[in-house]
Design a protein around this ligand. Sequence first.
Ligand SMILES: [Zn+2]
Length: 590
Amino acid sequence: MTYNQSPWSLSDLFPSQDSPEMKAGFDDLDNKVVEFEALRPSLSTDMSVEAFLKMLQLLEAISRLANRIADFAELSFSADTQDQAIQAFLSDVESRMAIMSNRTLFFSLWWKGLEQAAADRLMAASGDYRYWLEEMRHFKPYTLTEPEEKIINIKDVTGTRAIVNLYNTITNRYVFHLELDGEVKELTRGELMVYVRSHDPALRAAAYQEMYRVYGQDATILGQMYQTLVRDWHNENLDMRKYANPMQVRNLANDIPGDVVDTLLRVCQDNFSVFQRFFQLKARWLGLERLRRYDIYAPVVKTDKKYDFDQAADMVFDAFQLFEPKFANLARRVLDQNHLDSEVRRGKMTGAFCATVAPDITPWVLANYQGKPDDVATLAHELGHAIHSQLAAEHSLFTFHASLPLAETASTFGEMMLVDRLLATEKDTSVRQTLLFRQVDDAYATVMRQAQFAVFERQAHDMINKGATVDELSHAYLENLHQQFGDALDVGDEFRWEWVSIPHIYQTPFYVYAYTFGQLLVLSLYQQYKAEGESFKPRYLSLLSSGGSKSPEKILSDAGIDMHNARFWQGGFDVISGLIEQLAAIPVAK
Ligand SMILES: [Zn+2]
């Protein structure tokens, strides 16, 4: 078939940013917020179920409209980041939305403070909103008095948030120098990191050395910022809010029990040897005695194979169709409604994403399709996200979105369906190898690397509390790498500065394990599918259709998965080992 690659249509949201419909949208939003504010006095312990539901529905309508406006602005910006009118519109929308969310904030504060019996009575009658309401209340025991919360909010602006902003400002203006074809080039971090996947071993080493030379120069100050953030985390969350440990704050937000995270991280540590074996094989394929840390993403094969876009889209649909026709239909809908923008153009945002606006609106997908086997897999990944949210369309705006640890369940699975299909049909060995390497490289970066970041974070929080210096933290970080890689890799000393280059541990402490969780979950699910075939599908479909309407634990246990059980997570590593064995069996063409 022939498909359109040109810019998407946003007309399902608004005709344009200066249309009468957009103006009416803003007016309508304001009227609804006024209406919502007027209901504030009706909030009470003994308010009727009808009055409560009316407020929830109104809040949902407000959020839906706010999403439509904000996503219109953001999607317009992604399609053309250089258009000044769009930039101005986007920042106007952002500030209006911040004001709007402040005006409706009273509801969640009241709800969190409400006594249990009254909350139970209202939740029992709130249908699909229930889990969303329940989850908000998880924070009740850790919430301080209103004046205390206000002081923390105000002081955070010039405290922790200011430090994170400074960290971003300092690190985003770093300029990296790399000699390319005899000429020294100035690069951004993103541009520099392209070369860690270069075919030239000297260039891979130079890219990493330059990266940590620059970060290392500022390591004392960046490390100090981290120490300050960690101390604040401890003072606020442990001393004042009485969380039991630093990671519990994030676990509660993800609604994942602490023992599950402990098990997950322990299983990763038990499987260090899986990737060590991969790195040893990779050394052999690259003709090296031993791999260096610089070489872990080194390409082993070169493929020139290109797929034109129509061919790629058909391959993705075929793979989905083979699994379940419904998947193919939901993915097709994104293209049929012109919600996909896949061409490469100047000023368009790089990378790929899927944006979901509301349950009843088909998501938008952005990709920069260049024809490589990788790009086909990315297309399958993003369309997988689109399938996930459409399957959950029966839920409310507050409950259709999968929570962070489950957010990659359909996307990564979709990618694996495509890779399997390609492995089965593609005769070209270099393409097959490229795809398998992509799978294992990604599994390393998403599963093990992130798990070890979380392990380091836990250790660092403990050490900083006991007064550790920046050098002591760097030493601990290097030790973490040595444990992970064993004898399989040579790790350059400059990698001791890697931790000061990870924005996540500054911005959102303990965020990273969600990546590990999500990826191992999908690998385990995929293994179940391979083992069970047809009988797996209804369980999987109902898992996806749950969206975010239940806790991750409930969603998974309904699908027959016990996330407390180490063997479940081990299943994910067994898939990775299987991929590595497949690679080991293919002779590498030199
Ligand atoms: Zn994704």
